[in-house]
Design a protein around this ligand. Sequence first.
Ligand SMILES: [Fe+2]
Length: 254
Amino acid sequence: MIDIHSHILPGVDDGSVDMKESLNMAKKAVEAGITHLFATPHHLNEKYVNVKSDIIDRAGRLNESLQQENIPLTIHLGQEVRIHRDIFISLEKEEILTLDDNGRYLLLELPSGSVPTYTHEVIYELLLKGITPIIVHPERNKELIENHKLLFELVQEGALTQLTSGSIIGQFGKNVKSFSKKIIEHNLAHFIATDAHNIGTRGFTLQEAYETITKTYGIQRTFYFKENAEQLIKGQSPSVEKPEPFKKKILGIF
Ligand SMILES: [Fe+2]
């Protein structure tokens, strides 16, 4: 399996603290059935700055260590970029790293509590540059939980989304799980990834999430998500189903 979002690089953010932990995470990822893992450190999220050149360097070193230890996992390049007014300055300075550094897809993180008004502009400008933003874990964003229509709009505008496997299996609570289901049912989700930070509570639960999706929606839906991740690795476009709008609330109830 391919996992497009993780914090496996050692000592760069709130994920793995050192190489020992990174190698332990890698072993767990392999045990969980993952063969290709995107290392996507936080960037510009007020606490962490991880520019493209550093990530390329560190991912290279991790890949070397994995080979030395005979751990059959390939680390791919990536970055989780917090939406920010300076994102285009960072892009000009070549600090931004798209997935596999191929200039086509970017993991974009919103603040957990809100959706800045300039999000629409950022999506538009990125698309103009040929970069499709993949909004990570929209199901955990407070404003989107309260305003489903806004997520529909962002996808209509051309953004893709990635749900966290832990959300689907209930690790982030009932509300997040139920919103994840709604996102899938309205064709607003395009990828599932672990966003793994460690081998404990934020681990590699991709298989469990796919099993839940298969049980709920059938194997075709799981194939859809798996194939989209494969398309990314091949440098091809993932398939995007037509987003379904949320029905209007009637007496405050969906
Ligand atoms: Fe993340």
